[in-house]
Write a protein that binds this ligand. Structure first.
Ligand SMILES: [Zn+2]
Ligand SMILES: [Zn+2]
Length: 557
């Protein structure tokens, strides 16, 4: 029975270009997972979209003197181009500024209101007398009540990761003018998070397969007690509040953005012509995986599950494999200081698969990892080119020249050849298990170790030397290497989709590699092989200096 797998990926704020931290944190692991499950024959729905509301967008619009919608449009289009070039294979990448999203957000709001999980109350809202405006949470800075960090924002503390209300902070000041805001009482709607505390505690405690950091963080958060949170704000940009008297307020972005997973699923279903198709991933038997960075954990393990519990009848997250952070050249990534590698820049200069490779084998799954251009070059040249690409090229060009461009007949396999093919099959089984459990780094290491085994096998059997003495034996070695390489292209497809597709065709298979599925696919004797090209390009060491010159300086996006 195929499984219904929802691959829900964090919604990027459409206020600036994507960088490698985004990719390593959420988009690449999500894409690997989706591609793997599609090969397995499971029903995958992979959705996300641009978060077009929220303070990051309005701040950017104010800086550039254009409307928030113009800012959001510009980056949304750029995101779509990046997904295409990097091979991030969304079924739908939409945005939060659609009628459908507002309708779904209103439906959830009204159902929670009707059930008493949303209620009206008044709360102090920060008003800056200098700036003459109510301040969105992110415009407010102060001291965190939990960890005493002095740079905590009104919505979240970057040091301890806790979500906050502006009035929780002490020593508050306005981030625009540094003045001291006063708090004025206005009416708002509140989400009754406290009602879900016990249910969430036992739900999270039962998730023994979650990553330790995600489960521990969530349990510690719950231990601190859940406070009700205001879900509306005195702002103009966002989804309207479907209640009279609230025309000048908006639903706050953290409440509305997580609903995007559901609204995007519904939009995808409507556009596919089967309006109810989304239900396969939201009701009954299914598994919903949420791929996010660690700063987003509480929204996906507490707030969104609470909303789903309150609404009723919809599936809770099955797993939330949140990643840690990617540092750049040993330092914390910072978009404001331009200490970042921007994805559009990368894609202009290099191929997608080498980046996918490096970020996969160095994925920040259980701790922060570092990106450096030196390591990028080394991994490309020593691992992709030398270990994998050259292996493929050597075997295929040798076959072209000496076996009339067709897979040789192996005859009876000897022990050593059988041993390699058994190893290839076993390796594929291991990678299967690892990918199923979201262990991406370990998966690609395991897959690549087969390339080393094939190189060793060829050193031992030396078909290039053997050709004149014993053509049958040379043919057997070449066949065995080609068969093992064919297993490599399947195992590596979720990580390296572009080169795996090329290799699929170089090995004489026609059409799309996805149609072959997650199977050990040995080529038949006599299968015709087209002239191959190199899978990977060796990079010059001068790129390191060139790239380092872009870091940190001006020209921040
Ligand atoms: Zn804190
Ligand atoms: Zn101010």
């Amino acid at each position: 029975m195929p499984e219904n797998i929802l691959v829900a990926v964090a919604w990027p704020y459409a206020n600036g270009p994507l960088h490698l931290g985004h990719i390593a944190g959420a988009y690449l692991p999500a894409d690997i997972f989706a591609r793997y499950h599609r090969l397995k024959g499971n029903n995958v729905l992979m959705v996300s979209g641009s978060d077009e509301h929220g303070t990051p967008i309005t701040l950017k619009a104010e800086q550039e003197g254009i409307s928030p919608a113009e800012v959001a449009d510009k980056y949304h289009r750029e995101f779509l181009q990046c997904w295409g070039k990097l091979g991030i294979s969304f079924d739908l990448f939409t945005n939060t500024d659609t009628k459908n999203h507002a309708a779904v957000a209103h439906d959830i709001f009204l159902k929670l209101l009707e059930k008493g999980y949303i209620y009206k109350d008044s709360m102090p809202q920060a008003y800056c007398p200098n700036c003459k405006r109510f301040l969105p949470d992110r415009y407010i800075e102060g001291t965190c009540p939990f960890c005493a960090y002095t740079g905590a924002r009104g919505d979240q503390c970057d040091q301890c990761g806790r979500t906050l209300n502006p009035s929780d902070l002490s020593n508050v000041h306005c981030r625009i003018c540094s003045g001291v805001p006063r708090f004025e009482t206005t009416e708002h709607f509140f989400l009754k998070l406290s009602a879900f505390e016990e249910q969430l505690k036992s739900w999270v405690a039962s998730k023994d397969y979650w990553r330790q950091n995600v489960q521990n963080f969530t349990l510690a958060f719950l231990e601190g007690g859940l406070k009700d949170r205001a879900i509306t704000r005195d702002i103009e940009w966002g989804v309207s509040v479907p209640q009279p008297g609230f025309e000048n307020k908006r639903i706050y972005v953290w409440f509305e953005a997580v609903i995007g997973y559901l609204s995007a699923s519904k939009e995808w279903a409507a556009s596919s012509g089967k309006a109810d198709a989304w239900k396969a991933w939201w009701t009954g038997q299914n598994k919903a995986y949420y791929f996010i960075g660690k700063d987003n954990i509480p929204f996906h393990t507490i707030i969104w599950p609470a909303m789903l519990l309150g609404y009723g009848g919809l599936s809770l997250p099955y797993d939330v494999p949140a990643n840690e952070f990617l540092t750049i050249e040993g330092k914390k990534l910072s978009t404001s200081r331009n200490w970042a590698v921007w994805l559009p820049d990368y894609l202009e200069r290099y191929d997608p698969d080498p980046l996918r490779y490096y970020l996969s084998i160095n994925m920040p799954e259980t701790g922060d990892t570092d990106f450096s251009w030196y390591e990028f070059l080394r991994k490309n040249n020593d691992e992709l080119v030398a270990t994998y690409g050259n292996l493929v090229h050597r075997v295929l060009t040798f076959t072209n020249r000496n076996f009339e461009a067709a897979v040789p007949d192996p005859g009876e396999l000897d022990e050593m050849s059988k041993g390699l093919l058994d190893k290839a099959k076993a390796r594929m089984g291991e990678v299967d298990k690892l990918l199923y459990g979201c262990h991406f780094k370990e998966s690609i290491k395991t897959a690549m170790s087969l390339a080393q085994d094939v190189n060793r096998y060829l050193d031992d059997t030396a078909p290039w030397k053997m050709l004149k003495q014993d053509r049958r034996q040379a043919g057997r070695a070449v066949y065995t290497a080609i068969a093992a390489i064919s297993v490599l292209k399947t195992m590596l497809y979720p990580f390296l989709p572009f080169t795996s597709q090329k290799l699929h065709n170089y090995l004489g298979f026609e059409g799309d590699i996805r149609d072959a599925g997650w199977t050990v696919q040995f080529p038949g004797a006599g299968q015709k092989l087209p002239q191959p090209e190199a899978l990977f390009v060796k990079l010059e060491s001068k790129i390191i200096d060139e790239e380092m010159a872009h870091l940190g300086g001006g020209g921040a996006a």
